[in-house]
Ligand binder design. Structure first.
Ligand code: ZN
Length: 484
């Protein structure tokens, strides 16, 4: 007896339960990928699998749709594996224990994998149904989305004939995503020289900030403690004669740092001035951030007199100049979509090492040329100061299309079915659609999905009624796509 038996749409939940039984954390897609290949072979459908375990299943147009241009449906096979502390699940060999809770399907103590198992189940259900009306279909199942969009990046898209694509990896019903940001990591490295010093030693923290995701939270303009430490040190430098020791803040390029610390040395007669200035900066940051960062503070600890290691005056001056002049946060808002950040960057990591001081940024833009300009600025200032600039992990953006017949069709179908306008949205983070629109010239793409709560956590829940509505909606759109 299947746990989800009786839920509608039947085929969708049947396949959802099938794939839930297959372990499919990112990087472990072998079995679920094979399942899709077998599925296609059993039904005589054309199937392609690449070495990254991406799968493409093609189904011919239904009667009367032979002349309609093809449609691509897309979702990812992998899921985030998170569990409660007391849960003993071994994700590498065990499937998910699904259960029903009111209008929701959820899992026992783990993530559900509704992200993006619901897309996989919908695509399999569509491919398995010969009664439906649709143009030629290419269903694309990708891998390692959650760890870096690697499957989509590696996929040879030249096999795909369609130029209209519905991605099923959005989590809010009634919201159509039509654009996302591209990005990269930029590492700025300044060579440094260390020397011995003697004096009163302090540790100073810029602390208590909330942080957040450097893409989806950047519009809230969270305080970046690395940048604020840079500013604090520059302010100090105007009145206090101090030497700068080890400085560090942040752990990931794509998270806004919440705390940054620096070690300082001053001569005894400078102590009072230093402490006074630090208290002043504490008041300044508390005032500037009183609305969105109520816990913000500058604090310090005095360790007493002694010897220690500090940056040479020249190394410290260059680092302070860099920290004070690099751009950070929102660079430009979208002129086309209200409330969308178009271009931004985040100084996620700051650290002083043996031979270099390193600043690690995540840069993002939904406009390729603005992303390039941002990288160029970071490179210019780094090289001007004698440092080395490196860029890696580039992923492409998905630019908003003024003209999108697919979007228009989907909006009109949605209005007809539900009597209201869907919301059209762009996001300031990466999506697989970025890779597809980069690879397929002229791709017209929209991302949708049913209501999914608590993604990436053991609280993940998929709405049953929303799954039914979104599935019916997609079927209706396919039916409408008879024309170009
Ligand atoms: Zn997803």
């Amino acid at each position: 007896m299947k746990k989800l038996e009786g839920l509608k749409p039947e085929k969708v939940f049947w396949y959802f339960e099938e794939i839930s039984a297959i372990p499919r954390g990112s990087g472990n897609e072998e079995a679920v990928s094979r399942y899709c290949v077998e599925f296609a072979k059993e039904r005589g459908l054309e199937v392609f699998q690449d070495e990254n375990r991406n799968v493409i299943i093609t189904k011919a147009a239904s009667a009367g749709y032979e002349n309609a241009p093809g449609v691509i449906l897309q979702g990812h096979l992998d899921m985030v594996c998170e569990k409660d502390e007391d849960c003993l699940k071994d994700f590498s060999r065990e499937g998910i224990d699904v259960r029903i809770d009111g209008d929701f399907v959820c899992a026992e103590g783990t993530t559900l994998g509704g992200d993006d198992g619901v897309a996989v189940a919908m695509m399999l259900a569509i491919l398995d149904d010969d009664e439906l009306l649709h143009p030629r279909l290419e269903c694309v199942f990708t891998t390692e989305e959650e760890t870096g969009l690697y499957g989509a990046e590696a996929l040879d898209a030249s096999r795909l004939k369609g130029r209209r694509m519905i991605n099923i990896d959005s989590e809010e019903e009634g919201i159509f995503t039509v654009s996302c940001a591209g990005g990269a990591e930029c590492d700025l490295s300044l060579p440094v020289v260390w020397e011995e010093t003697e004096g009163s030693c302090y540790t100073v923290w810029v602390d208590g900030f909330k942080g957040g995701h450097s893409g989806s939270d950047i519009h809230k303009e969270p305080g970046n403690t690395n940048i604020l430490m840079g500013r604090l040190l520059c302010m100090l430098d105007e009145t206090v004669d101090f030497r700068l020791g080890e400085t560090s803040g942040g752990l990931m390029d794509n998270a806004v740092p919440r705390s940054t610390k620096a070690v300082l040395y001053v001569a005894q007669e400078e102590e009072e001035k230093l402490e006074e200035k630090l208290r002043e900066m504490d008041a300044v940051y508390k005032k500037e951030y009183s609305v969105n960062e109520p816990e913000a503070e500058v604090r310090f600890e005095k360790h007493g007199a002694g010897k220690g290691r500090v940056l040479s005056r020249k190394s410290a001056a260059k680092l302070l100049f860099l920290l004070h002049h690099v751009p950070n946060g929102v660079v430009r808002n979208s002129p086309a979509i209200a409330g969308l950040v178009q271009t931004s960057l985040n100084l996620g990591i700051l650290r002083t090492g043996e031979e270099e001081a390193v600043l690690v940024f995540s840069i993002r833009s939904s406009v390729e040329t603005e992303k390039e300009e941002l990288a160029a600025r970071l490179r210019h200032i780094t090289e001007f100061l004698g440092g080395i600039f490196t860029r890696k992990g580039d992923y492409p953006g998905w630019e908003y299309r003024q003209e999108s017949p697919l979007r228009e069709t989907m909006i009109s179908v949605y209005k007809k079915m539900y009597g209201r306008e869907p919301q059209v949205r762009a996001i300031h983070a990466g999506l697989e659609c970025g890779f597809f629109s980069g690879k397929l010239e002229g791709l017209d793409c929209v991302s949708v999905g049913p209501e999914l709560l608590g993604a990436h956590t053991p609280r993940e829940r998929l709405s049953i009624s929303s799954t039914q509505r979104v599935y019916e909606f997609i079927l209706e759109v396919l039916k409408e796509l008879r024309q170009a």
